[in-house]
Design a protein around this ligand. Structure first.
Ligand code: HEM
Ligand code: HEM
Ligand SMILES: [Fe+2]
Length: 455
């Protein structure tokens, strides 16, 4: 570790990994309720479990991004973070908000209250006071990292990372605007949900991947930067108008069917470019970095993001196809592999790289980490396949033959059992990952010392 303030990342990563465990366990519970629907139906109903699953996902991913920024910005800007104290205050606000969310959801408190009650829009259900807290925390964060970069060295990696993080925070402001007209509500809702994952988060992904490639493969910075600019341009060019693929059936004008189909098809390009980038960097690289697990997660991230977002996204993005598949298990299949491939794996890649440095551990449980990669990835890929089969049958029975929703659900039950099985593998992989990150290797415990890890 070159800069003392990089240590801030450690607490962010710790909270993120805690929520990651809760998120996958929540998913597993939701998957169990699918096959045994009366489970906890009074105490913790499915809709609440689902909310905890998706909300904790978003919160831990963002905490991971914040931690990644605090870790890599000092090295790139060649100076300490502007204020360590502000960074911890920011985390305290976010943790308080998270606890508030959990208590409000689980006990279903303050229903209908404008400030204290949950808001009932998927992914952005948080009560208004929590949303306000998130904005305050985001402002503190942006001030802190922007000051650091402004006073230090500016690189393409930090510029693009900051652009992505500013975009993330500004787009979140749309969560305060909730028009009573349902079509308008949905139109703005997608500004957050879509413009995050298919817009500004791609900038965050590209810049963190670029940083990892720089460190792990030792290629020249100029080469990394050229790729970075192309990826960012392709992401913004396709992703902004690509929002149209959510405007097909919500009451917006018909031209969105063409704009959405054309531009969202082009969204495959940046994801393909990120995959090509990662592999070309490894191929051209001149450095044999000892942290192979971090490289495995980086390559896995670029590859699974291409399949989950690019291929599985394209599968149902043309309006002629989406007319039939909209809101079926095809959507869930895509949602899972896209989020896992792109943003979960990205976080796990930067954790794998940074944690041994932050904890000053060499060697660390690298083989266990790689095992967790294969468990989690194969579990998620299998889950994607079974949900795709379920969704294909569902589309035919329900949308083509016109059978009733619940009758169709009974006929695809076998796939929900298989989803539970693959989910169990994912959970085991996730717990193994957390173990590999935090528990020192036996040699170190016995010897009592560690080497300084390679950076
Ligand atoms: C990492 C990037 C991506 C993530 C994390 C992601 C995630 C998701 C999620 C969670 C949903 C479900 C939203 C909901 O209805 O509540 C969704 C819907 C959708 N996504 Fe993506 N996505 C990504 C990229 C893409 C790309 C690149 C495409 C197109 C090539 C695409 C096409 C679609 C379409 C068409 C829908 C609507 C499905 C429906 O009509 O039910 N996505 N995405
Ligand atoms: C890190 C891994 C995971 C990610 C990124 C993830 C992501 C998501 C997302 C984005 C949704 C909303 C999907 C949509 O609207 O289309 C969702 C819902 C869900 N997830 Fe996960 N999830 C993960 C792990 C799991 C696991 C291990 C299970 C266990 C079986 C699971 C089961 C479910 C269930 C049952 C739902 C509700 C689906 C519905 O409403 O029909 N997830 N998850
Ligand atoms: Fe989208």
């Amino acid at each position: 570790m070159k800069y003392e303030s990089q240590k801030i990342a450690l607490v962010y990563f710790a909270v993120a990994m805690g929520l990651f465990a809760i998120q996958v366990l929540g998913g597993l519970l939701a998957g169990w309720i699918y096959v045994a629907p009366n489970t906890l139906s009074e105490l913790l109903p499915f809709n609440i479990v689902r909310m905890l699953h998706t909300n904790s996902l978003i919160v831990w991913l963002i905490l991971g991004f914040f931690g990644a920024a605090y870790f890599l910005i000092p090295e790139e800007a060649e100076r300490e973070i502007h204020s360590t104290k502000l960074a911890y205050i920011q985390l305290a606000i976010l943790v308080l908000g998270t606890l508030g969310v959990v208590v409000t959801y689980v006990f279903n408190l303050f229903e209908g209250h404008w400030l204290l009650g949950k808001e009932g829009r998927e992914f952005i259900e948080q009560p208004k006071w929590v949303k306000a807290g998130i904005v305050v925390a985001a402002l503190i964060f942006l001030y802190n990292v922007s000051m650091t970069v402004l006073k230090g060295k500016k690189t393409a990696i930090t510029n693009i990372l900051l652009l992505g993080l500013w975009g993330l925070a500004l787009l979140f402001l749309f969560s305060f605007y909730n028009p009573s007209n349902l079509a308008l509500d949905k139109q703005y809702w997608w500004y957050i949900v879509h413009l995050w994952v298919e817009g500004v988060w791609e900038l965050i992904m590209a810049s963190i991947l670029a940083y990892l490639m720089l460190k792990l493969t030792g290629v020249d910075r100029e080469v990394v930067e050229k790729w970075l600019y192309v990826i960012v341009a392709a992401a913004l060019f396709s992703g902004i108008l690509g929002t149209g693929h959510h405007y097909y059936w919500i009451g917006t004008p018909g031209y969105w069917q063409w704009i959405g189909s054309i531009f969202s098809s082009l969204e495959v390009i940046p994801f393909f470019a990120m995959m090509a980038f990662a592999f070309v960097m490894v191929w051209k690289g001149r450095r044999d970095h000892p942290n192979k697990a971090a490289l495995l997660w980086s390559l896995g991230c670029a590859t699974l993001a291409f399949f989950g977002a690019g291929v599985w996204g394209f599968l149902h993005t043309l309006h002629g196809v989406n007319y039939y598949t909209h809101g079926t298990q095809i959507t869930a299949a895509h949602g899972h592999l896209a989020f896992f491939g792109a943003y979960v794996s990205l976080n796990l890649a930067i954790f794998s790289y940074a944690m041994p440095i932050l904890l000053n551990r060499d060697p660390y449980n690298q083989v266990l980490n790689m095992a967790s990669f294969w468990l989690m990835s194969s579990g998620m890929v299998f889950m994607t396949f079974v949900l795709t089969f379920a969704g294909t049958i569902q589309t035919h029975l329900q949308r083509v033959l016109g059978e009733y929703f619940m009758d169709v659900q009974d006929q695809v039950a076998i796939f929900y059992w298989m989803r539970f099985g693959s989910g169990l593998v994912v959970v085991i992989g996730a717990l193994l990952f957390i173990y590999a990150m935090w528990v020192p290797r036996r040699e170190i415990i016995e010897r009592g010392t560690a080497e300084t890890p390679a950076e």
